[in-house]
Design a protein around this ligand. Sequence first.
Ligand SMILES: Cc1cc2nc3c(=O)[nH]c(=O)nc-3n(C[C@H](O)[C@H](O)[C@H](O)COP(=O)(O)O)c2cc1C
Length: 248
Amino acid sequence: MLETIFNHRSIRQYKPDPVPEEMLNQVLAAGTRASTTGNMQVYSIVVTKDEMLRKQLWEAHFKQDMVLQAPVHLTFCADFNRFNKWCRQRKANPGYDNYLSFFTAAIDALLVSQNVALAAEANGLGICYLGTATYMAEKIIQILNLPGHVVPVACISLGYPDEEPPLTDRLPLEAVVHNEKYHDYQEEDIDELYREKEESELTRDLLEENKKETLAQIFTDNRYTRKDNVHFSNEFLKVIKNQGFMNQ
Ligand SMILES: Cc1cc2nc3c(=O)[nH]c(=O)nc-3n(C[C@H](O)[C@H](O)[C@H](O)COP(=O)(O)O)c2cc1C
């Protein structure tokens, strides 16, 4: 298990070979063994293999080619629809039309997605998460016919890798671990913790390519801008409301 975890790298080039059905089912079953709030399993996984549907999803996911190339596209959804129906059919009155329930279901869905990712990698498959799942939630809801109380929170492309990219860097462990209580960062801590990342060859190339002074500016000015964040936040809040998770 640890070897699988420490070898993780996102895969963005896939072979066209299909994922054997038995393997896929085992990977999905491994997903369902994740911890889940109150054992309610308030999530769903939509498995999309159909090429026409994947073409529509590819458009929604900012035309990221993994969606077309990988033979399997998984959409992990926060889902209280099924649980609500079960409650109503059993003379129980569900109170899950609120933001906390959305967040609970989203946590459940994300735990499943990471179990699926690791189980897939343990089977020699490659995966890549797609953040566009939340950016483009409304479009994905339309394409996949998601009913009320179902919201996509993560997508993974899945298939046999056609590349072996190098491992990406991580901050040193002490950057993310706090012993006993949170210890806020002094200016010199930030300098030290980000030094290796900032001095890497990759960063030097990125700075040249993007004509920026610092790596942080590539994040704030190019990759994740305030304008985009505000726009997609508003879109996602609308989706959560439209899907019935805002105390209606
Ligand atoms: C929630 C989430 C969304 C992501 N979205 C995208 C994406 O839209 N496109 C992409 O190419 N990679 C995406 N990634 C992959 C990250 O870029 C990748 O995990 C990170 O750069 C670290 O590289 P590694 O996974 O190879 O270790 C996403 C990862 C996560 C966890």
